[in-house]
Design a protein around this ligand. Structure first.
Ligand SMILES: NC(=O)c1ccc[n+]([C@@H]2O[C@H](COP(=O)([O-])OP(=O)(O)OC[C@H]3O[C@@H](n4cnc5c(N)ncnc54)[C@H](O)[C@@H]3O)[C@@H](O)[C@H]2O)c1
Length: 436
């Protein structure tokens, strides 16, 4: 029997895209911990990129999970970085073969799919972790540890907000892959803010939601709001190409590394991409050159969620798209004091009730700016390292996003979207079927 402490955990990539590579690169930094031994991706360029990057033998490069599954189990784990609506169908054959799995969020696109996936996992005993990377960001991990230490007493209220900048909104939710729920099968709350709702569930443990309501809509980028003389493709037929705040020329051509993995996906296989390559891409149907008001997008750009918890506490989450800056804000009020901060500042303050102090409170500032904050506030790298530890030891860290700990967030998102679709009608949350 192999000594789990000595040999690297072996993994097969399913879906060799941006997210899988982010995690799989840990094998290059820590080869004694993780070794990538296979890849399945229908895109031959992505497959080849992974083969070269991780030194994968040619016989372990597959078109899809059917081909991969036909070889039986060839590794300890799967890193599943396919798109949202493919998570279920690409995971099930792997789970049935006994693979453990690091699975991107959202791990399912409906309650029905979530329940079916959980049944497969229960039947096969797999260890599955969901990529809720923000639980590993030093900011949120530190907040969680403070809460566990009892620093705030009993929590009365939690307020969270996510501001999605205008360029992130444009790139992912107007011009990009998560713009139209009929195609991508996810709502904006599920695709973007399932992280935030998950964080709220995690920070509020052990209490759980009992009721959820939500409102939201598409406010800004729709055809009726386009300037009268706007074209359809920014650099091709629009007289406003230089003056429009959302012009693809200004957002992407003038800043070619901004969101490059999305904006220039059609030419990513080229080496040494030039400005002319990008202009040619824009002239040849690149979707990121479409007028931001005429993209066929239907997902919301702002949504508010109100949650009641079994403990009697309340929580609110506001997603606001189209802001100048990206920002995640947090304010938790407990019986002993408050905790508030902004992820992007990497620091937060605890204000404790102190009747004898001159001001009536005592402040403590927790500054995490010396920590690694690359990739989701430092979460990406810490998550994959913890996944390896989880597989080796079976022990769950304080941040561990094991799938059973990620049900509450996903279920709450599904119900919040149901409420929004029903004009804000209150939804009762029942976790009984999940055993908690
Ligand atoms: N955790 C996070 O913070 C975070 C951030 C961004 C994206 N995501 C999620 O990561 C996932 C992947 O996003 P991405 O931008 O890396 O996508 P991507 O499009 O870059 O990669 C997906 C890959 O899957 C491949 N693929 C398609 N069908 C397949 C199949 N049947 N079998 C195997 N491979 C298949 C595609 O060819 C592609 O290479 C999404 O679910 C997204 O929501 C998570």
């Amino acid at each position: 029997m192999r000594d789990p402490a000595e040999k690297p955990v072996t993994a097969v990539i399913v879906g060799g895209g941006h997210r899988s590579v982010t995690y799989a690169d840990y094998s290059l930094a820590a080869p004694a911990a993780l070794k990538i031994v296979g890849v399945a991706d229908p895109n031959p360029e992505r497959r080849e990129m992974c083969r070269k990057r991780y030194g994968i033998p040619a016989e372990n490069c597959f078109n899809d999970t059917t081909e991969l599954a036909s070889r039986g189990r060839i590794a300890d784990a799967v890193i599943n970085g396919t798109m949202d609506h493919l998570h279920y169908e690409t995971s099930v054959p792997m789970l049935k073969l006994g693979y453990d799995m690091l699975l991107e969020k959202p791990f399912a696109v409906s309650k029905e799919e979530m329940d079916a996936l959980l049944r497969v996992i229960a039947a096969n005993g797999n260890r599955v972790m969901v990529c809720h990377v923000l639980r590993y960001a030093p900011f949120y991990r530190s907040v969680k540890e403070k809460l566990l230490s009892g620093a705030l007493g009993d929590i009365i209220n939690i307020q969270m907000a996510e501001h999605v900048s205008y360029h992130h909104l444009s790139t992912s939710y107007v011009r990009g892959k998560w713009a139209n729920s009929d195609i991508c099968k996810t709502s904006m709350l599920l695709a973007k803010s399932c992280h935030d709702v998950d964080l709220m569930m995690w920070l509020m443990q052990p209490t759980l939601p009992t009721a959820v309501s939500s409102e939201g809509g598409l406010f800004q980028f729709k055809p009726e709001n386009a300037p009268a003389n706007a074209g359809t493709r920014c650099t091709i037929d629009c007289p406003l190409v230089d003056s429009c705040r959302y012009s693809a020329k200004n957002l992407y051509l003038m800043h070619p590394t901004r969101w490059e993995c999305y904006a220039w996906a059609d030419i990513e296989h080229k080496e040494n991409i030039t400005d002319q390559d990008r202009i040619d891409s824009f002239n040849n149907g690149n979707p990121y050159n479409r007028c931001i008001y005429k993209c066929g997008n239907n997902v919301v750009d702002h949504q508010s969620v109100l949650i009641g918890f079994a403990s009697g506490a309340t929580g609110t989450f506001n997603m606001v798209g189209g802001t100048a800056k990206s920002m995640r804000k947090l304010h938790i009020t407990g019986t002993l004091g408050e905790l508030y901060g902004v992820l992007d500042d990497n620091k937060y303050t605890i204000s404790r009730i102190s009747a004898l102090a001159e001001s009536g409170f005592e402040d403590e500032v927790i500054d995490l700016s010396c920590e690694n904050t690359r990739g989701h506030g430092g979460g990406d790298e810490a998550l994959i390292a913890d996944f390896v530890t989880y597989l080796r030891t079976g022990k769950q860290s304080v941040s561990c996003t094991a799938i059973e700990n990620s049900i509450a967030g996903h279920l709450t998102v599904f119900l919040a979207d149901k409420s929004r679709e029903e004009g804000g009608r209150l939804q009762t949350v029942d976790f009984g079927q999940y055993g908690f």
